[in-house]
Design a protein around this ligand. Structure first.
Ligand code: CU1
Length: 530
């Protein structure tokens, strides 16, 4: 693998071969490992989604038994969230944050190595449960007791996996905070940080605050199973609903851990391809911080149906509505950034534009579910599945895709194949809607989630959804082709790959340096649309 401009290695210790990766303390190498790991997990989790969509292609039981189906839904979620999206975000952070703030590496490079290398072992542990007596976890990724307590041999492995993932992401978050707080180049003040860096500061604090709650909750479940405690058992004076409170106190901020880095990526890309500075930089920072802060006060909107007091239900409804305000600020700023811009539509820009439209659909359905009285109808239906997949697939994953295409030339020193990139985008953007939009209809019509079979009234839209799913799954292979081609060769990337205005491209300190706008942008009307 070769690196492009900017690759320098100041470390005394330079292992080669496999040692370069095993013992790496280099933020670029570690970032690359995170990204490759995330891609592998994306395809393992995606293969499980294909099993799910194949089984749901038509009513009846065709390919798998119900138990295995439940294992697939549970493992798909755990792998996509903890194995694909979070490591992809940390990989991008590793690659880009030191360069964006003018630091030679991460603040704690050896810990960086450990954060990464915990992950493959954690997922080998989790995936090994598929071959155990009693099978893999099947009670849903939310691991509610008492269902999850009935797991066989896989149970302690599941808990230990969560502990390992928690350690990995907390160490990663500490490293990111230490790097950004201590290693900024002179003049790189907080309010000049690129938005991607800002979203990662906030994400890192979310991780540090949320992961221990999750680790604590699963540990309490562990002692319930093996040490006769009854935190979540009504028979012993405990309450299974307590687990739901603890889980969602982690789970809701976790959603923002997945999406905020994507917000940051999109905030870097839109100004570059609109050739205008980001609209409302300071309000973007404050809106991101407000979203993160509020995310800790809305958890019970996932559990309106457990029988809370009315005042509680109303509180969680209004608190949920409140998050729409800073989110709306961000959407407004992105659109205002595009307004009258000299736009071009290369692959990173296409993914970013689709992100704005499709993430907003997921946001709106989230508001629908936040309305307590109607959530009683939507709860545990496919409407929920449609909602969070809009947020996470054309939302978070499209954000990551945009970032990969945007920065690939920087990472490899080569241009990627734009034609293949555009094919990847258009196939993904069309099929993702064929896949997930009909699931809204299914949910509103009453189809429950997490079932391997369904009433014939749901047959048509399930077939459409599955067809979309197969096309979406296969389309992702194009990304692998593009990345491999780009790593191995291709047209040499220039310093200003996207021919944006000076300063907008790689780092985008904002407000941009004064000189950025004293000379005319390099791109004229004529070249911008050629
Ligand atoms: Cu939530």
């Amino acid at each position: 693998m070769s690196y492009g401009a900017g690759h320098d290695d100041n470390h005394d210790h330079k292992p080669t071969g496999i040692g370069r990766w095993l013992f790496s303390t280099n933020h670029k190498d570690i970032g690359t490992m995170y990204l490759i790991f995330a891609l592998i997990m994306f395809f393992i989790g995606g293969a499980m989604a294909m099993v799910i969509r194949a089984e749901l292609f038509q009513p009846g039981l065709q390919f798998v038994n119900p138990q295995f189906f439940n294992q697939m839904t549970t493992m798909h979620a755990l792998i996509m969230i903890f194995g694909a999206l979070m490591p992809a975000g940390v990989g991008l952070a590793n690659w880009m944050i030191p360069m964006m703030i003018g630091a030679p590496d991460m603040a704690l490079p050896r810990m960086n190595n450990m954060s990464f290398w915990i992950l493959p072992f954690a997922f080998i542990l989790l995936l090994s449960t598929l071959f155990m007596d009693g099978g893999a976890p099947a009670g849903g990724w939310t691991m509610y007791p008492p269902l999850t307590l009935q797991l066989g041999n896989a149970f302690p492995f599941l808990i230990f996996t969560i502990h390992l993932l928690g350690i990995s992401s907390i160490l990663g978050a500490i490293n990111i905070i230490a790097t950004i707080f201590n290693m900024r180049a002179p003049g790189m003040t907080f309010m000049r940080l690129p938005l991607f860096v800002w979203t990662w500061i906030i994400t890192a604090f979310l991780l540090i605050a949320a992961m221990p709650v999750f680790a604590g909750a699963v540990t309490m479940m562990l002692t319930d199973k093996f040490f006769d405690t009854s935190f979540f058992s009504a028979a012993g004076g405990g309450d299974p609903v307590l687990f739901q409170h603890l889980f969602w106190f982690f789970g809701h901020p976790e959603v923002y851990i997945l999406i905020l880095p994507a917000f940051g990526i999109v905030s870097q890309i839109l100004p570059t391809f609109a050739r205008k500075p980001l609209f409302g930089y300071a309000s973007m920072v404050y809106a991101t911080a407000a979203i993160a802060f509020l995310s800790f006060f809305v958890w019970a909107h996932h559990m309106f149906t457990v029988g809370m007091p009315l005042a509680g239900e109303l509180y969680f409804m209004y608190a949920t509505m409140a998050i729409a305000v800073p989110t709306g600020v961000k959407i407004f700023n992105w659109i205002a950034t595009l307004w009258k811009g000299s736009m071009t539509f290369e692959t990173p820009m296409l993914f970013s534009l689709a992100f704005i439209v499709l993430f907003t659909i997921g946001g709106f359905t989230g508001l629908m579910m936040g309305i307590t009285p109607v959530d009683f109808q939507y709860h545990d239906t496919y409407f929920i599945v449609a909602h969070f997949h809009y947020v996470l697939v054309p939302g978070a994953i499209f954000g990551v895709m945009a970032g990969i295409y945007f920065w690939l030339p920087k990472w490899t020193g080569h241009m990627y194949n734009e034609t293949l990139g555009k094919w990847h985008f258009w196939l993904s953007a069309v099929s993702v809607n064929v896949l997930f939009f009909p699931q809204h209809f299914l949910g509103l019509a009453g189809m429950p989630r997490r079932i391997p079979d369904y009433n014939v009234q749901f047959a048509d839209w399930n077939m459409v959804s599955s067809l979309g799913g197969f096309v979406f799954g296969l389309s992702q292979l194009l990304l692998v082709v593009v990345v491999i081609q780009c790593v191995r060769g291709g047209q040499k990337a220039t310093d200003q790959v996207w021919e944006g205005a000076h300063g907008l491209e790689w780092t985008l300190p904002s407000p941009p340096p004064f000189h950025s706008f004293t000379t005319p942008p390099q791109v004229t009307e004529a070249t911008a649309h050629s």
